[in-house]
Design a protein around this ligand. Structure first.
Ligand code: NAP
Length: 527
């Protein structure tokens, strides 16, 4: 997951809406380095530190643990993970368990003992359990997430072992695995035993961010991107400032972008910041989804309130909706799905509104009183016949433009042209296509996108016939196509404007509130 590096405003007061703690794993070769990382954890906003003793290159239990406890600026959790449970420690079991016992004796706030070792640890303790130190009994599954029944049995076994806090971590093979873990977390609230329940991997990210909503005891947040103690951990920075972790609670509504891949998407940045700015009780996540139908079947509660949808799910998502807006139906793709109060899913397509309104705005310029769309009667050439191409072609046609579709695969251009009522061209024919001046061009292919920034779908010479050029590509913001169009004196509309435009519309549908347009523009201007 990308660290967006959102900065908290100086002096910004953060009110807590939940009790869930943020724990920073401390992994370093030496005690001195660990102490530095502990200070960093405190200034990053963590609530406690997990000292990973198995990472130390040389370890002298009594003085080292004593120093770590006495000098830690935050409450501590001591873990000494053996290789057989995914850790680094490969020595003898007695010394390992004795070090954990010592941590308890010397004043650690928590220690973590593996379920597989708990009987032996209880023997080592001989009933001398400290009342100050909370015993976490843990189980890790690095392959999969078992059934709800098996997880329930696992939790019961951990509780019966004398744990003060239950911990289990499983691996997400699919995002729907997380649902079973939420179910167990919620159920544990009823039994009164605190629980740490995590699903590892990118598909399990939701489990790490939403634990305050479902009542988890803690989540792990890293100090730096990629410096994880288990796969899929977010940074403390992202937990606090991207996902508004402290404000999450039982009533927080969940939104997100469904895609594959999806971690690069900037949508969470826009929506979460906007939610925060108006105090809207929602959180917006990256949702790495393999099978969109399975996703909607699993997450069918009102808590899962709205979704943006991107490549490759826009077509499949349409079939999952109970009702689809007529334009989205004609386009054959939805990029926005809202759950209604009765639980039904409503799908629409805001891609077309975003792009078309940005183009209209640019055409209108400073002219105030134009009746009807400035696109009416214009010759509008769309390059590409995929999801974005369809949206642009439908949108332009609806506004009264004469539409031409040019695509690498001519048959797809022909197919779309027949449905929309347009002319079809092959991409090769585009250079010699200039029946008139003052045309509008919209690139909806990925040509010119990073890293191939020197590519362009049309020569600068052929661009002379266009007075406005739009590019759906938004990395980079000014593509070679747009730069050459500007050099020819044409107006340009960027993919960033389309992105912002489609996001306004989605935000309003998600929240029922007007989109904070200036905020969206400011956020996108910095990326
Ligand atoms: P898509 O459904 O996969 O369609 C891709 C289209 O691009 C097809 O027409 C394909 O032609 C054409 N194409 C791909 N590579 C090409 C190449 N090397 N040469 C010529 N044609 C090529 O994808 P999409 O959802 O429409 O997305 C297309 C682009 O729009 C992406 O870059 C995406 O990031 C961007 N987009 C931006 C926004 C925004 O908010 N700014 C929103 C949506 C999409 P064939 O039919 O011949 O394969």
């Amino acid at each position: 997951v990308v660290d967006f590096g959102v900065k908290k405003m100086e002096g910004e007061a953060v009110m807590r809406s939940n009790q869930t703690l943020i724990c920073a794993p401390i992994m370093a070769d030496s005690v001195d380095q660990m102490l530095i990382l502990m200070q960093k954890a405190k200034s990053s906003g963590a609530d406690l530190v997990e000292v990973r003793l198995d990472n130390l290159k040389s370890f002298n239990p009594r003085p080292d643990i004593d120093t770590l406890i006495r000098q830690s600026p935050l409450p501590t959790l001591f873990t000494y993970r053996p290789t057989w449970e995914g850790g680094q420690y490969a020595g003898d079991e007695m010394s390992r368990l004795d070090a954990l016992r010592l941590a308890m004796e010397l004043g650690a706030d928590h220690i973590d003992v593996e379920l597989k070792a708990i009987d032996e640890f209880n023997n080592v303790l001989r009933g001398n359990k400290s009342t100050k130190c909370k015993l976490i009994v843990s189980s890790h599954n690095y392959d999969s997430t078992p059934s709800a029944e098996d997880l329930g049995n696992l939790v019961a076994k951990i509780q019966a072992s004398g744990a003060d806090i239950v911990k289990f971590a499983t691996t997400a093979q699919d995002i729907t695995d997380v649902a079973r873990v939420f179910q167990i977390t919620v159920h544990s609230q009823v039994s009164g035993v605190p629980i740490i329940a995590m699903v590892m991997g990118e598909k399990g990210l939701m489990s790490r961010i939403l634990c305050p909503k479902f009542g988890g005891y803690l989540t792990f947040g890293t100090l730096e991107v990629g410096k994880v103690s288990a796969p899929g951990q977010p940074t403390i920075e992202n937990l606090l400032n991207l996902y508004n972790f402290r404000q999450l609670g039982p009533d927080t509504r969940i939104f997100g972008i469904i895609g594959k891949p999806v971690s690069h998407s900037k949508s969470p940045l826009l929506y979460n910041e906007a939610f925060r700015s108006v105090g809207f009780n929602g959180v917006y996540l990256h949702l790495l989804v393999d099978d969109v139908a399975n996703f909607f079947q699993t997450y069918a509660s009102l808590d899962f309130a709205g979704f943006s949808c991107t490549i490759p799910h826009k077509e499949a998502a349409l079939d999952c909706c109970d009702e689809v807006d007529p334009t989205a139906k004609s386009i054959g793709a939805v990029n926005c799905i809202v759950r209604r109060p009765d639980g039904k899913l409503f799908g629409c397509n805001t891609d077309y509104v975003g792009a078309i309104s940005a183009i209209e705005e640019a055409l209108q310029g400073s002219q105030l009183s134009v009746s009807g769309s400035p696109l009416a009667g214009k010759l509008f050439v769309v390059i590409g016949a995929g999801g974005a191409g369809k949206a642009l072609a439908y949108g332009a046609k609806e506004k009264g433009a004469r539409v031409v579709i040019a695509n690498r695969t001519y048959e797809r251009a022909r197919e779309l042209a027949d449905v929309v009522g347009a002319q079809a061209l092959s991409l090769d024919e585009l250079s010699n296509f200039h029946p008139e001046n003052d045309m509008i061009l919209a690139n909806t292919t990925s040509i010119g996108m990073q890293p191939k920034v020197d590519d362009t779908p049309i020569s600068k010479e052929a661009l002379r016939y266009y007075s406005l050029v739009f590019d759906a590509v938004y990395t980079p913001k000014i593509t070679r196509l747009l730069r050459e169009a500007q050099e020819n004196g044409a107006k340009v509309v960027t993919g960033v404007e389309m992105f912002i435009g489609q996001a306004y519309e989605q935000y309003e549908r998600f929240t029922g509130l007007p989109a904070p347009k200036e905020l969206f523009k400011n956020i996108m201007a910095t990326y």
